[in-house]
Design a protein around this ligand. Structure first.
Ligand code: 4NP
Length: 178
């Protein structure tokens, strides 16, 4: 289901808050969050509000990111990132303007949870839920594959993808709303 951009989202000029979501919140979404923080620090005038990440599952709640995520970030000069894993909460759909899924399974789960949140409160929650690869991805639906059971090169690929998607999101959406 496509994101409903007609009735969700923040007003122009307001800070834009962003949540990155994968399954476990220890590999892909922390990489997306840390790289996006780094990109926004390089653009101090960007209207960016809260930045966070979460998982659709709670297996790793409060755990730090996977050591391979941290090693990949350090390799690219990002040394100051800290995070404790958490599971997505219903309130996230009203806190964040954009909730970015790393893959289609994350996206489906987020859409299901958002529909439930909408139904419970009787009106639409704020967040636009979409694939992160809708920005800067091949065919605008590139997924970030789960690197957890693979080698270090999978983490390097995740880094390259989230860096590319973050740059595209900043130039296509955030800079446009300045
Ligand atoms: P992530 O990777 O969703 O990118 O954080 C995973 C981390 C842990 C597990 C699966 C995926 N796990 O099954 O524990």
């Amino acid at each position: 289901m496509a994101a409903d951009t007609s009735t969700r989202g923040s007003g122009a000029g307001k800070p834009i808050s962003v949540l990155f979501v994968c399954l476990g919140n220890i590999c892909r979404s922390p990489m997306a969050e840390a790289t996006f923080r780094s990109l926004t620090q390089a653009r101090p005038n960007s209207r960016i509000g809260t930045i966070d990440s979460a998982g659709t599952a709670g297996y790793h709640t409060l755990n730090p990111p996977d050591y391979r995520t941290m090693a990949t970030l350090r390799k690219h000069g990002i040394n100051n990132y800290e995070h404790g894993a958490r599971k997505i909460a219903e309130s996230d759909f009203d806190t964040f303007d954009y909730i970015f899924a790393m893959d289609r399974s994350n996206l489906r789960e987020l859409q299901r949870l958002q529909q439930r949140a909408d139904a419970q409160r009787g009106s639409k929650t704020k967040a636009q839920v979409m694939l992160y690869g809708a920005f800067g991805g091949k065919n605008r639906d590139e997924v970030v594959a789960d690197p957890y059971y693979g080698g270090d090169d999978g983490f390097e690929e995740v880094y390259e993808q989230v860096q590319r998607f973050g740059q595209a999101f900043l130039s296509e959406v955030v800079d446009e709303k300045q």
